[in-house]
Design a protein around this ligand. Structure first.
Ligand SMILES: [Zn+2]
Length: 413
């Protein structure tokens, strides 16, 4: 969008008002972003398509037909670079022009201005355009009576820098599940359905490993995959549940059987308590919160998934029912996608004794085993219908509200 409006380069920084000293003590005395913390990220146009920018729709194998870099519609046409707020401060201080609107101002000790100029920035970005191999790790436990139905479970293994919370805290839970399933297998357990465990590479630059694998195996996955369960790192606190609403009732059932390591009630009961508090405070979501949903089956509502992690190619492109799970909410921090997300930070400010790592393995491991061994796949489509009905109601309310405000304007004219 910056390019469409005439920008020839773009610098992005994380303001200390968002996840730096405006919100708590900065690292190393606290968990928040220090002045030199840089939040990396991908600016690939992922809603158009994720994955290898040069191989839309097909697996990026060594012999795949590739677009020329200049022809890729998902690469930005201007250089973009993330910088720290320490480096942003002198640049922002040197800006003139009108004062920024209140909502755009941060916590730096300056008057925020919009420019343009008068200071000029000399921006040099060197990009490496080499083709490089990436490595997904895929393990398969063959099913028995329903072997042609696949349960796929994944978490990425690449990190922007040290990647302790994102992705390793989720990756170790996945490894622990795989170890436990292997142990059960040695004891004679055989799942009804085929289980596939995947450790994805290249998630951070653009969901590369998962997208290319899903594209390469698209036909098989559409025929055989019944569900995909994703995690992407982990933290301390509440179980976050998002995904396909046909699996809402199922994952509620799993969450009721996992004990929260801090409160010793189920992770489900802890989620419900949080939703009730939020609703009492007026923050409930669209009337579907807390004590139950519209049909009264008592399920907690799960969130809807957009893009942003490895479930994207499975859910959005192949239409496979998906879930994204992870604990968080108690471990405030400002190290996301920076060099400070490392073992020291994680063991001082997040899941310090790894009890939520164990809880994540217990949650997802249960989900995988129940899906793999269910007599009938546990999809409950009334939850999906109810959610869609809720969306329709919200749209109707929005339309009515817009109509009455337009009428008011019309009358005034
Ligand atoms: Zn991640």
């Amino acid at each position: 969008m910056a390019a469409e409006h005439g920008a020839i380069g773009c610098l992005i920084y994380s303001d200390p008002g968002d996840d730096g000293y405006g919100d708590g003590s900065v690292f190393p005395s606290g968990p928040m972003r220090p002045a030199q913390g840089v939040q990396r990220g991908s600016v690939e146009d992922m809603p158009t398509y994720p994955g290898d920018p040069l191989t839309p729709g097909v697996g990026a194998t060594s012999d795949a037909k590739r677009l020329a870099i200049k022809d890729s519609p998902v690469l930005t046409t201007i250089p973009v670079l993330p910088i720290s707020y320490g480096d942003a401060l002198p640049l922002l201080s040197a800006m003139g022009g009108p004062v920024a609107p209140r909502a755009w101002r941060g916590a730096l000790p300056i008057t925020y201005r919009l420019g343009a100029g008068p200071a000029r920035v000399h921006l040099v970005v060197k990009s490496n355009w080499d083709l490089k191999p990436i490595h997904d790790v895929i393990a398969k436990l063959p099913g028995t009576s329903e072997a042609d139905q696949w349960i796929v479970r994944g978490n990425h293994h690449d990190g922007w820098v040290n990647g302790a919370a994102d992705p390793i805290a989720g990756q170790v839970a996945e490894l622990e599940e795989a170890r436990a399933l292997g142990e059960l297998y040695r004891q004679g357990w055989r799942p009804k359905r085929t289980i596939i465990y995947a450790a994805w590479d290249g998630e951070e630059p653009g969901l590369l490993g998962s997208t290319e694998w899903a594209e390469e195996h698209a036909a098989e996955l559409q025929r055989h995959a019944v569900a995909y369960i994703n995690t992407d790192g982990n933290g301390r606190g509440y179980l976050g549940m998002s995904g396909s609403h046909s699996l809402e009732d199922f994952i509620n059932g799993v969450a009721k059987d996992v004990t929260d390591p801090e409160s010793h009630v189920s992770v489900w009961a802890r989620d419900r308590a949080r939703m009730e508090v939020a609703r009492a405070a007026g923050g409930g979501r669209g009337g579907r919160g807390a004590a139950g949903n519209a049909a009264g089956n008592g399920d907690l509502p799960i969130g809807a998934l957009g893009s942003g992690s490895d479930y994207t190619p499975f859910l959005q492109h192949l239409g496979i029912a998906s879930l994204n799970l992870g604990f968080g909410g108690e471990d405030q921090g400002g190290v996301y996608h920076s060099i400070y997300d490392d073992f020291y930070w994680y063991t001082h400010f997040s899941d310090t004794s790894f009890v939520y790592g164990r809880a994540l393995a217990q949650t997802v491991g249960r989900a995988v085993m129940r899906l793999a061994d269910a007599d009938v796949l546990p999809f409950v489509f009334t939850n999906l219908a109810r959610t869609a009905t809720g969306y329709a109601r919200e749209l109707q309310a929005l339309r009515d509200q817009r109509a009455s405000s337009i009428e008011a304007v019309d009358r005034a004219i």
